[in-house]
Design a protein around this ligand. Structure first.
Ligand SMILES: Cc1ncc(COP(=O)(O)O)c(C=O)c1O
Length: 401
């Protein structure tokens, strides 16, 4: 009987892989796992094997899988109104924009569907604001998305190769190097765009002095400071938004990933003084901020507060970093631990692919960014016990290398 079930699953599994091969474009490096269920910090594959998810959907799953509050909000809304176009009004979209401004800064929101789209909006707004000035300074190892302008704003050649010519108007300089920024500014510069923790670039944290200098320069030269919080936003670093650790306020903040609790939503919050730069007909997104995703995002923001997640992240952050520091002392392969809150990178002396694979075999899902940096981004609802379990698995994998 058991054998029969296994054969049935194996056939099903192979059929899934084959169907992907035949019908889905091969744009992703795939891990041969088929997940069918998620709850909190856990995922179950098609064989009912349970995995501890320490890379919650590329940063989407800050509330864990199938968060009950998000599920309830979606259930309530789905039977009332899923979509209306943006030339009409909906109370949830209005409320969500007000909530976002309320927990960030006074301004107005443009809703879209993804991080790349939010960044495209920020780029367009900056060009319009520039009124002839169109250059945006970006940083080495940054990541802004896969659409053409976002790709041009991405300071990593490997993502750009093969897609030239990219839209002009982006100048890439060294991260955390204020002199490089100063010398890149010309009469054409309109803005500076950065992630405060470069996620796809290897968990590189922006220096506090560097960021406050950027703010000063932007004020002096009338440039827009665009902070990409697509990966760092919605509590990931222990504050609702990462910029709040830095004592500055951006002119534009972009969001996506965790905002919808698993539903696709992107947003650009623009400070009040410049929030009418894009007028009717200048920018749009058909699905942006539909009633369904807005309702889900409202539930996410409410849940972050209700569950006191920011405080929890700050507490658990201390624990995960001290545990990883211990691992670093034990395993010479770990070169450096960096990050903030529950956005953690462990840079290895060599490629991390094999470590990720062995962790998966032991039931722990992590990721490797920038070839050598193990990235741990559990759901913010993770427990101390789950962190200890993940560290234990990582320890055993590194011991067995
Ligand atoms: C910092 C940052 N910006 C933008 C993006 C692009 O977001 P999306 O994949 O939703 O377009 C990502 C995606 O990983 C990101 O990490």
């Amino acid at each position: 009987m058991r054998l029969l079930i296994l054969i049935k699953f194996a056939m099903k599994l192979q059929e899934i892989f084959d169907t992907y091969k035949e019908y889905i474009m091969p744009t992703y490096t795939k891990v041969p796992l088929v997940f069918v269920k998620g709850k909190g910090s856990y995922l179950w594959d098609i064989h009912a094997k349970k995995y501890l998810d320490f890379f919650a959907g590329w940063g989407v799953g800050n509330l864990g899988h199938c968060n009950p509050a998000v599920m309830q909000a979606v259930r309530d809304q789905v039977s009332k109104l899923i979509f209306i176009p943006n030339n009409y009004y909906h109370p949830s979209q209005a409320k969500l924009a007000r909530e976002l401004a309320g927990c960030a800064f006074a301004g107005k929101v443009f809703f879209c569907n993804s991080g790349a789209e939010a960044n495209e909006g920020a780029i367009k707004l900056t060009r319009k604001f520039g009124n002839g000035r169109y250059e945006i300074i970006t940083f080495e190892n940054s990541f802004a998305g896969r659409t053409l302008a976002a790709l041009a704003a991405t300071g990593q050649k490997k993502y750009q190769d093969g897609f030239q010519p990219l839209p002009p108007g982006f100048v890439t300089v060294r991260f955390n190097d204020i002199e490089a920024v100063k010398s890149a500014i010309t009469g054409k510069t309109a803005g500076i765009m950065l992630e405060l923790i470069q996620g796809e670039g290897g968990i590189n944290v922006a220096d506090k002095i560097f960021v406050s200098e950027l703010r000063k320069i932007c004020d002096e030269k009338k440039l827009l400071l665009i902070i990409d919080e697509v990966q760092t936003g919605i509590g990931r670093t222990g504050k609702m938004f990462c910029y709040q650790h830095y004592g500055i306020t951006p002119d534009i903040m972009t969001l996506a990933k965790a905002l919808g609790g698993g539903l696709p939503i992107g947003a650009m919050l623009v400070k009040k003084e410049i929030s009418d730069t894009l007028g009717p007909g200048m920018h749009a997104s058909t699905f942006g901020g539909s009633p369904l995703v807005s309702k889900a995002a409202l539930a996410v923001l409410k849940e972050v507060n209700r569950a006191n997640l920011l405080k929890k992240v700050r507490e658990l952050s201390g624990h995960i970093f001290s545990e990883l520091d211990e691992l670093k002392k034990k395993h010479a392969i770990i070169k450096e631990i960096r990050g903030m809150g529950l956005m953690v990178g462990a840079e290895l002396e060599h490629e991390g692919k094999a470590v990720v694979q062995k962790c998966i075999e032991k039931g722990l899902l992590i990721n490797c960014t920038h070839e050598k940096v193990l990235r741990l981004m559990p759901a913010l609802i993770v427990t101390k016990k789950e962190i200890d379990k993940a560290i234990g698995i990582l320890d055993s994998v590194l011991t067995g290398l």
